[in-house]
Design a protein around this ligand. Sequence first.
Ligand code: ZN
Length: 155
Amino acid sequence: MTDGYPYLVKSTWSLPRNLRERHAIRTLDPAQPRVSIYCREESHEDAPWFVASFVRVMHDGQPRWVWSTEYPTADGYTFWIGDRSVGNLVGDKPADLSDSTALSDSAFRVRYALECQICGLRLERRADELNPVLETLWAANHLELSLRGLMSLLR
Ligand SMILES: [Zn+2]
């Protein structure tokens, strides 16, 4: 178990070449609270998949963990992992994102598919279900976790 930094990815130079070349590298904002999820199941222990990274934003005075399209490295950078949200809801209805007020509706909820593209391990959860777990991890300075570990916390 890793206590906060250093992260699984020690530096952008330790990334597989295809990730390094194809994916935008940016400077990590160390002041931005962030919890990241990787998969390193036994079948691909030496080749982790970077599943998700969430950042903490304040919304109406409440912390909310939102998807980041970037994954952090221990040397202070991030690399692009893309957006894997699989549905935006207002209450239980699909949100209309052409309506800008949908995002600020208190009933707005994002559903995420956290999936390892190597072994297929998959977890689907709404943001409001993930929020308390991510908040607890962050408060404990546990800034990176395996997908398997996250699944066991949500059980
Ligand atoms: Zn995996």
